[in-house]
Design a protein around this ligand. Structure first.
Ligand code: AQP
Length: 350
């Protein structure tokens, strides 16, 4: 079985982008993999230090995982800060990663805004903690949205440099594994992670601006569909979603240069589990006044059972905390196996 790891930050209301780009894939991967899903609460400090209701946010992401269909008994669901080995490995990776690599991260540039000098050191180092989140379990597959692709490439670079710099120590330790990099066989400690980013809507865009990704932190609530939105809200947001005056094209090529139309078709396709081409063969030539109500119906059909179950779970915080405690205990035991080996490889006495 492959080992899958992924995480979501408790930084606000989960939205359709988080669901289609990440959580729905988490659910599908359970059938044939060993999965570890994490509420990455330490990442939530990178952009904003003080959170009004951190425990509530952590519980709400956990509830979304469970409501979407993640099984916390067969797999592991936990919150990052309860497993300190993530932070321990992140420090080592801070020393492995090069400043030049970090300077290329576009998400830092986007999130830091104009006054970069005022961004936290944590926001800058965030991809290194993300690499540690994954590699502390030596996970091989990471389902994420397209916005995280660059961070996964960095994770591979960090793993590769650790493997090369400590090559002799790894060989002597007996903890190594044989992997292939390109076509080359390599004796390594950390595997090369593979991103799982496919699907018709790998990046769900804002409903107000088809060139910006749908995001929890967008000031406009109309820009996103939240997983806790009711039917009326979903309907209002889709009706008000920005579009151009033309109808829907019959072929994919007709979506070029029309980011808002492309986004709505992508959302429909992802929700229906069909291709965009298939959706256009059904709706090509129709106006948005026909397409939008169909999209509302579909979104409500897919999301309302999840919303209902999330609300039910969130009414019992003790139950959610018990699931997190059990998951953290199991995650910590596995992460500690890796950290003991890493300390040996480096030469730390513990
Ligand atoms: N718009 C999106 N389309 C597809 N996938 C997305 N993801 C986020 N936005 C989209 C995926 O959701 C997972 C969890 O994201 P996260 O909470 O860890 O961080 P994020 O990427 O920073 O998410 P947001 O919503 O944009 O939050 P803020 O506004 O707080 O930064 C990831 O797998 C991500 O790819």
């Amino acid at each position: 079985k492959q080992l899958v790891f992924s995480g979501v930050q408790p930084t606000g209301n989960l939205h359709l982008g988080n669901y289609l780009g990440a959580i729905r894939k988490f659910v599908a991967l359970q059938a044939n993999n060993d999965c570890i899903y994490c509420v990455v609460d330490m990442h939530a400090l990178t952009a904003q230090l003080v959170h009004e209701d951190m425990p509530g946010q952590i519980r709400s992401i956990t509830a979304a995982f469970l409501a979407a269909g993640i099984d916390p008994e067969k797999h592991i669901v936990f919150n990052q800060s309860a497993v300190p080995q993530h932070a321990e490995l992140a420090w080592i990776f801070n020393c492995v990663a090069r400043i030049g690599w970090m300077n290329r991260m576009t998400q830092f540039k986007d999130k830091a805004g104009k006054d970069r000098e005022q961004a936290s050191l944590g926001l800058y180092a965030y991809p290194s903690l993300m690499a540690a989140d994954i590699l502390v379990y030596r996970a091989t597959h990471v389902p994420v949205g397209d916005d995280q692709k660059q961070h996964l490439e960095l994770t591979r670079d960090i793993a590769m440099k650790f493997n090369l710099d400590y090559m002799e120590h790894i060989r002597r330790s007996g903890y190594g594994i044989d992997i292939t990099v390109g076509d080359e066989p390599v004796h390594a400690y950390f595997p090369m992670v593979e991103p799982l980013i496919e699907g018709p809507a790998p990046r769900v865009m804002s409903l107000r601006d088809g060139t910006k990704k749908m995001s929890k932190s967008d000031a406009s609530d109309l820009s996103r569909i939240n997983l806790l939105d009711d039917e009326e809200n979903i309907s209002k947001k889709i009706r008000k979603a920005k579009t151009d005056p033309d109808g829907l094209p019959s072929e994919i090529a007709g979506l070029a240069g029309r980011p808002e139309a492309d986004n709505l078709v992508g959302i429909y396709a992802a929700l229906a589990d069909r291709s965009k081409a298939d959706i256009l063969s059904e709706f090509g030539g129709q106006q948005f006044s026909v397409f939008k109500p169909a999209l509302v119906d579909l979104a409500v059909h897919v999301l309302s059972p999840i919303t209902g179950e999330m609300r039910r779970l969130m009414a019992d915080p003790g139950h959610i905390d018990a699931i997190l405690r059990d998951g953290s205990n199991r995650a910590r035991a596995r992460a500690e196996v890796t950290m003991k080996q890493v300390r040996d490889i480096i030469g730390f006495i513990y």
